[in-house]
Design a protein around this ligand. Sequence first.
Ligand code: ADE
Ligand code: ZN
Length: 332
Amino acid sequence: MKNELKTWVSGLPKAELHLHIEGSLEPELMMSLANKHGVELPYSSIEEVRAAYDFHNLQSFLDLYYLGASVLRVEDDFYQLMFAYLTKCRADNVVHAEIMFDPQTHTARGIGFEVFMPGFARAMKQAENEWGQSSLLIMSFLRHLSEESALQTLDDARHYLAMITAVGLDSAELGNPPEKFERVFAKAKSYGLKRVAHAGEEGPPEYIWGATKVLDVHRIDHGVRSIEDPDLIKHLVEKQIPLTVCPLSNTKLKVFKHMQEHNIIQLLEHGLLATINADDPSYFGGYLNDNYFALIDHLPITKPHLLQLVQNSFSASFLPEEVKQDWLAKIV
Ligand code: ADE
Ligand code: ZN
């Protein structure tokens, strides 16, 4: 029965809405780029890299995630990174991907938009031409950095705005509430950019309220702690504000101790527009289908729940309405 569900889910067209491109850097590419550029990493083999991915919270992951990203130096590195992820999309039937990137992780090392944006664009165009892959970009601000740095990043992006659909907010959540970025998000909105924000991953429900009320977001990334506040659940359901939930990430970062404790079924049964996503697949042990498989393996999740999650992935996307409807008609 579980295997049947897995085969069925694998075969459905799906959208992925919460994916950090820097979090799709596989150890093999990391080591080969480190060799190419002479970057010293504290690992001597691919096995050592994988063994280091034993996290106890968000910060312990972020430390390795920023370290890994330090091997990305030239346009072709960003092309390879993006093309590798889009190739995984093809294998998993992810027909549309909304992909986050963290400019400050690169600009802080002197690597500018003129390096990474053409690399991303080249891979996205190639995948679109070769197999019709649909994708778009979400520029995420690192919330542990200042408002000034985020404003500078938005300004640095001015020649690339046509390539960017939305802005996001990621990195260390606790102590960095959404309100810190009110002016940044207002400016992004005035540029016609859509808005998403990580909230309620490690942070409390108040941060989800802040993201919706102060940052005026279209979606909440994670949001699993919304379950603690019935008024917030009511608000998210009424406004149909989607949650981009990432099951393998949540267990790897100890938001839930075991997958059996994950609250995705409760979120769905409250009527929330929840979706399933991989977050940082190379660090958390799997791409999109693996996240669905983990739910099938460890939770009493049913075919109607899974169907709802896949439908939600399109409903919650930034695709034009008619394209959404075309995909939704194909999912039965
Ligand atoms: N950056 C990459 N993945 C993240 C996550 N799950 N939470 C916050 N920041 C991130
Ligand atoms: Zn994330």
